[in-house]
Design a binder for this molecule. Structure first.
Ligand code: NAP
Length: 236
């Protein structure tokens, strides 16, 4: 099948992605085989592309936000049937969806609502999951007593989705930050009750040597130590 792939890690300016013929994906027991119709392009992939090279003679296929149609169902994959319209994140330890077909664990896949096109659906998985986990975690709603939420960067990909989720599923007052007229307008279109101007100044200036789980924990602890009200969620 056709895929967009590369061999050696490279920065975006040294574009090295090529149209290649690669082997068909192998359907595992828990997998769905998906005929890809649209893919999202995420900054995380730009990072992986700059550090991940293929083993000798191999290739790397990016693309961990996709939408498509189920064309095969593994023997242990439940809840899906051939013909379903689906979207998902895939798994960064396996080939991504910049290809005609993708084998993906069914637990990383969701049905696409009828009103969503494949293109719109492919823009949702990672930003949507990030926003969902930021505001709801595994509770499906806000913690008891949280009635107001400040979404910093309300016009961003994650902020836009967080605002929409909060307005659709909770009664919370949503306040978004926006620094430009167009981002203010966008926050209002996403449903924010209030939009406040301006950018935040850093309150934590301790340098962190990279984006590691330990550093994220340190950053969270530093922010918590400055907190006077409410709860803080950080995404990076
Ligand atoms: N997108 C994803 O799928 C994803 C997944 C996981 C984690 N993340 C992380 O989530 C964060 C947001 O990502 P994103 O994709 O939503 O970014 P984005 O689309 O680039 O949006 C960033 C937003 O942040 C605002 N902003 C920038 N600096 C600010 C400051 N100093 N004070 C207040 N607002 C500021 C901008 O506001 P104005 O428009 O008003 O200038 C913009 O609306 C990043 O740290 C990213 O790495 C993103």
């Amino acid at each position: 099948m056709k895929a967009l792939a590369y061999e050696k890690a490279h920065v975006l300016d040294a574009f090295a992605i090529q149209d290649m013929d690669i082997a068909e994906p192998q359907l595992g027991d828990a997998d769905l085989l998906v005929d890809i119709r649209a893919v999202g392009v995420n900054p995380g992939e730009a990072y992986i592309r700059s550090v991940r090279s293929a083993a000798a003679g191999g290739r790397v296929v990016l693309g961990w936000e996709f939408a498509g149609i189920v064309i095969g169902v593994g023997s242990a994959a439940s809840g899906f049937a051939v013909g379903d319209r689906v979207m998902g994140t895939g798994d960064v330890t396996r080939d991504g969806g910049w290809a005609e077909r993708l084998a993906v664990d069914h637990r990383l896949v969701a049905q696409i609502p009828d009103q969503l096109s494949f293109v719109d659906a492919a823009s949702l998985p990672i930003g949507g999951l990030t926003a969902w986990e930021s505001v709801f975690r595994d509770r499906d709603t806000l913690p008891t007593g949280v009635e107001r939420v400040l979404v910093v960067g309300g016009a961003g990909g994650v902020g836009s989705l967080a605002t929409q989720l909060l307005k659709a599923r909770t009664g919370a007052l949503v306040i978004a930050t926006a620094s430009r007229p167009e981002s203010r307008e966008w926050c209002e279109a996403m449903g924010a009750d209030l939009v406040v101007a301006g950018r935040l100044r850093p309150i934590v200036t301790t340098p962190l040597d990279g984006l590691t789980p330990r550093n994220m924990k340190t950053a969270h602890e530093l922010l918590e130590s400055k907190r006077t009200i409410g709860k803080i969620v950080i995404v990076a």
